[in-house]
Design a protein around this ligand. Structure first.
Ligand SMILES: Nc1ncnc2c1ncn2[C@@H]1O[C@H](COP(=O)(O)OP(=O)(O)OP(=O)(O)O)[C@@H](O)[C@H]1O
Ligand SMILES: [Mg+2]
Length: 165
């Protein structure tokens, strides 16, 4: 068994701030229709990454964990909105379907915390970021594209984050 799936890359973050900066780089490339799936234990850094994504996309709105409201929407002064969904408290797939994910995604990028819980309700093409706690300050982030659009997005991210051609 390979450690990483084909096409996946690995990133190590040494601080919350570094995770935020990874998010900023990725967020600046996001468009309406893009879906980012986050997976990782409590405290892995999912919401911290979302803070970067939203800032990088261009919204000044503060990002908080939507654990109790399920969905937060962030704006940037145009007619788009960035959807932040936390699936942790969703009880079943029907509840997830009722959110109208397709309509939300049409209006801007979407990021989903605990995306693994509602995997089958999300568009099949998406970018996965799986976050693992190494120690108090260190996180391993596995980034895996599903679909050619996300393969290209990840290649661009590698160029900006790692400086690879
Ligand atoms: N390298 C790092 N990357 C991200 N967060 C880090 C890192 N090092 C330390 N932290 C800390 O870990 C915590 C991560 O919390 P965060 O809310 O982002 O996690 P989460 O995965 O969203 O958790 P939950 O499942 O409860 O929503 C924060 O307190 C953050 O400061
Ligand atoms: Mg969170």
């Amino acid at each position: 068994m390979p450690i990483l799936d084909a096409g996946a890359v690995e990133f190590f973050s040494n601080s919350a701030d570094q995770t935020r900066r990874l998010g900023i780089q990725l967020g600046s490339a996001l468009k309406a229709g893009d879906v980012i799936c986050l997976q990782g234990d409590l405290g892995a850094g999912k919401t911290t990454l979302v803070q970067g994504l939203v800032a990088g996309w261009g919204s000044p709105d503060p990002v908080t964990s939507p654990t109790f409201v399920l969905i937060n929407l962030y704006g940037r002064g145009d007619d788009l909105q960035f959807t932040h969904l936390d699936a942790y408290r969703l009880e079943n797939v029907a509840e997830a379907e009722a959110l109208g994910i397709d309509d939300l995604v049409a209006r801007g990028p979407m990021v989903v915390e605990w995306a693994n819980k509602i995997d089958q309700v999300l568009p099949q093409e998406r970018l996965w970021l799986k976050m693992f706690i190494v120690d108090e300050e260190r996180r391993r982030v596995e980034i895996a594209p599903e679909g050619s659009h996300y393969e290209a997005l990840l290649e661009n991210l590698q160029e900006t984050v790692f400086g690879l051609a």
